[in-house]
Design a binder for this molecule. Structure first.
Ligand code: DLL
Length: 433
């Protein structure tokens, strides 16, 4: 069901007119209230009054992660703190977190977008939503919570972790929808196995998984282990949190971006030039309805492409392809670019391997070495060593043939690779570069 029929299926022309109107308002707002934006607009020699068409968006300066850090904690807010009713933050790899704020109206907007998101994923009033995204400074837990309530579903605010308890409540409360990271969905599936709870004993129908990259093959694994439809949801704190884009349950083919609130662009990460629909590059967002923390041309570092072909669900908003990785996640191994998701995708095609893996990168002298550790299933593990070695060589060959990288593959015992409640950490890069 389309939650916001009018806005989600606007004809392109009307959508662009709305975007332009809202873009101007946002540009005026940030220029008038945030010294950082006044500075960067002035440097780029653009005044909000000069925005006349959607093409003028390209004249606005980019915002990057370090701009948030340089204005820590509240320097990019357009309003004093007493107008801000909520703060969220995401921890980066280094130093201070990225801080974002919401007015009362921002919370309403976000709840509405999350109600749309859930509806797009097939959730209805009457569904029981087990929300296993982390509650707290992370936007996942509360974002889903407000959206599910707005939709009129029943929310179980269980947060991440306490895996056994999750399964008990899932069974006792008859949860029909599971929301968590894809890696935690796997952890739950595995724990069900251990506890002897079969998927048939549960009422689960849909899973809405995101906050980290996962492959199409991982989707098939989760779907079959839990007996559900799994849809991909994307978002980031700087833009709003979850609620930026989501797949529709009808097609499960690309994530609809809520373009009446966020304008997406794809740029060449090297030159900053805009790329046309269909080409892969870095995703950039401008928010056009937020009050406390609007953001202009934010470089997400996420790599994807956009496509505008109509979707059979009836929504007119463009779709983005699933995010394969972040440009700063990209590993360069002996000169070859590699995203962890490429390895994941390949591993998931091979019989006997479990969806738990880790990539370890080391440097010996000037040479990079990539080791791929992956769990095998119980049955294979009890096989002869010879069989395992043969499989290791086979996977190495596959990686070499498909990705052009010489990796050392180590098959490891089931349940020896770390499990995650939130975002998974798949790469251990020991190179000091
Ligand atoms: O992860 C918001 C979120 C919560 C999204 C719950 C979906 C579900 P951050 O912690 O700020 O916000 O992390 C944002 O996570 O730039 C991507 O690199 C990555 N990411 C989020 N969703 C996906 C996805 C939340 N579906 C960063 N596929 C983003 C791949 C994703 N990467």
């Amino acid at each position: 069901m389309i939650w916001d029929e009018e806005f989600e299926s606007l004809p392109r022309e009307a959508l662009e007119a709305l975007q332009l109107y809202r873009l101007k308002k946002t540009a005026e707002r940030v220029y008038a209230t945030v010294p950082f934006y006044k500075d960067t607009f002035d440097k780029a020699k653009i005044h909000p009054s000069q925005i006349k068409s959607m093409d003028d968006l390209r004249r606005l300066p980019f915002t990057v992660k370090t701009d948030l850090r340089d204005n820590y904690p509240f320097g990019l807010f357009t309003l004093p703190l007493h107008e801000v009713v909520r703060i969220h933050a995401s921890s980066g790899t280094t130093g201070k977190p990225t801080v974002v704020g919401y007015t009362k109206r921002d919370i309403d907007t976000w709840s509405l977008l999350m109600a749309r998101t859930l509806s797009c994923a097939g959730v209805r009033k009457g569904d029981v939503v087990q929300n296993a995204y982390g509650y707290g400074l992370f936007t996942g837990g509360l974002g889903f919570h407000y959206g599910a309530e707005k939709l009129g579903a029943t929310v179980i605010p269980i947060s991440g972790g306490n895996t056994k308890r999750q399964i008990m409540l899932m069974e006792d409360f008859g949860s029909t929808v599971l929301t968590c990271t894809p890696s935690y969905a796997l952890t739950l599936a595995e724990a069900m196995d251990e506890l002897g709870v079969s998927k048939e004993r549960l009422n689960l129908r849909v899973g809405i998984f995101g906050a980290e990259p996962w492959s199409q093959n991982m989707r098939h694994q989760v779907e079959s282990k839990l007996g559900i439809d799994a849809v991909d949801i994307y978002g980031l704190s700087e833009v709003i949190g979850p609620g930026v884009s989501v797949e529709c349950i009808e097609a499960k083919n690309g994530l609809h971006i809520f373009e009446d609130h966020f304008i997406p662009e794809i740029i060449d990460p090297e030159t900053g030039e805009n790329l046309p629909y269909g080409e892969e590059g870095e995703l950039v967002f401008t928010t056009i309805t937020k009050e406390a923390f609007p953001i202009i041309r934010y470089r997400t570092r996420d790599i994807t492409r956009l496509y505008a072909e109509p979707c059979r669900c009836g929504r007119t908003h463009v779709r983005m392809e699933r995010v394969t990785g972040r440009s700063d996640d990209m590993l360069i191994i002996r000169g070859v670019n590699l995203y962890p998701s490429q390895i994941e995708s390949l591993l998931m095609e091979i019989d006997g391997l479990e969806p738990h893996y880790q990539l370890i990168v080391d440097r010996e002298g000037t040479l990079d070495n990539l080791e791929v550790r992956i769990e095998v299933n119980e049955k294979l593990f009890s096989d002869e060593i010879k069989g395992l070695e043969k499989l290791e060589r086979g996977v190495e060959k596959e990686i070499k043939d498909m990705l052009g990288i010489s990796a050392k593959v180590r098959l490891v015992e089931p349940k020896t690779i770390e499990r995650f409640e939130g975002k998974a950490k798949r790469v251990i890069d020991n190179r000091k570069i």
